[in-house]
Design a protein around this ligand. Structure first.
Ligand code: DGL
Length: 336
């Protein structure tokens, strides 16, 4: 019988940026004490021979940085590389290995700015590969599986952690010491079990091809900073940010995005001096209601909807590359 040529495997590129998935611990019992961003991408791939049955995989070491230390410049370089690769006919999917601390920020930035229907998967691990019950190998196997899957196309940037497929927009690191760390308050999109994807829902917010933002036309990101609300908070941080010339301040308020009475006039002045004020909340779940805790129409402030402060900052930066009209900014927060 004529041997059937093995169906050509999809081509997946792994862009490595650092983090625990590239970490190494002192011993097998060090699941939390280790150095992140050590193992190079070719070693990550060599350590997972099972990948060769899923896709033709090649790696690029874009950075080797613990993700708490990534900057806007890193974000721009990474996103432009993802965009360029996504346009290549010999690339079917892209995986980004990343530290888990700020993985959700990178994933959201990519889903807002990279115009492709090809699967883009951001993945990390909570334990270094040297630890007992390390999670990086299976997380990376799952990420390459989804990146090689036709049924993952057009769903926006995805995050595969702990057998779940999460959408970049909703997912956040909610636990700092468990492998089941990444949660979306609206639930995962699906799961991967033994290399097979099981889908249960699709995103309703704009992303990738439907986005009005395009990394290929973004040259710089404006300064957008976050201030935290709590009892007895002074205006020192806001004053310093305002003086440094930020283009927007995200206020991580209490409850439904509440602002302390002594802070309201400070934020009003931030707005009247031309910067944007975005009301978010330190409460992780739920969403800020416009004109509820504060008269946003009257103060000309924007509400962050269900986006946590760190996600609201990413969207505000991207939105400000296009407009600083507050009605447009509020529309953008409803739609992305
Ligand atoms: N330093 C943290 C980071 O690079 C380690 C956390 C991790 O990657 O799981 O995000």
């Amino acid at each position: 019988a004529i041997a059937h040529a093995q169906a050509a495997l999809p081509n997946v590129v792994i862009l490595a940026t650092g983090g625990t998935i590239a970490g190494a611990g002192a011993s097998a019992v060090n699941s939390a004490t280790y150095s992140a961003a050590k193992v190079p991408v070719d070693k990550l791939i060599a350590g997972l021979p099972e990948l060769s049955k899923v896709a033709n995989v090649r790696g690029e070491q874009v950075f080797q940085v613990a993700s708490e230390s990534l900057t806007n410049d890193n974000l721009m370089i990474l996103a432009k590389r993802v965009s360029a690769l996504s346009k290549q006919a010999d690339v079917d999917g892209i995986v980004i290995t990343h530290g888990t601390d700020t993985l959700e920020e990178t994933a959201y930035f990519l889903t807002l700015t990279v115009h492709t229907t090809k699967p883009i998967i951001v993945v990390g691990s909570m334990r270094p590969g040297t630890a007992l019950s390390a999670d990086g190998a299976l997380n990376l196997f799952d990420a390459v599986n989804v990146a090689a899957s036709k049924d993952a196309a057009g769903k926006g940037v995805l995050v595969t952690m702990n057998d779940e497929i999460q959408t970049a927009r909703d997912v956040a690191k909610t636990v700092n010491i468990k492998t089941e760390a990444f949660k979306s308050q609206w639930g995962p999109l699906g799961m991967i079990v033994e290399g097979k994807n099981y889908w249960f829902r699709a995103p309703v917010k704009r992303h990738t091809m439907q986005s009005e933002f395009d990394i290929d036309t973004i040259t710089a990101l404006p300064a957008v900073e976050i201030v935290y609300g709590y009892q007895s908070v002074p205006s020192t941080a806001i004053d310093a940010f305002a003086k440094s010339g930020v283009k927007a301040i995200v206020h991580a308020g209490t409850g439904n995005g509440s602002v302390a009475d002594r802070i309201v006039p400070v934020l009003q002045k931030v707005r009247s001096d031309g910067a944007i004020v975005v009301r978010s909340s330190r409460v992780p779940d739920g969403f800020v209601i416009r004109n509820a805790e504060q008269p946003d129409d009257k103060y000309d402030w924007v509400v962050a909807h269900d986006l946590r402060p760190q996600k609201a900052r990413i969207l505000t930066m991207v939105a400000l590359t296009k407009t600083n009209d507050t009605k447009e900014l509020q529309r953008i927060f409803w739609e992305y």
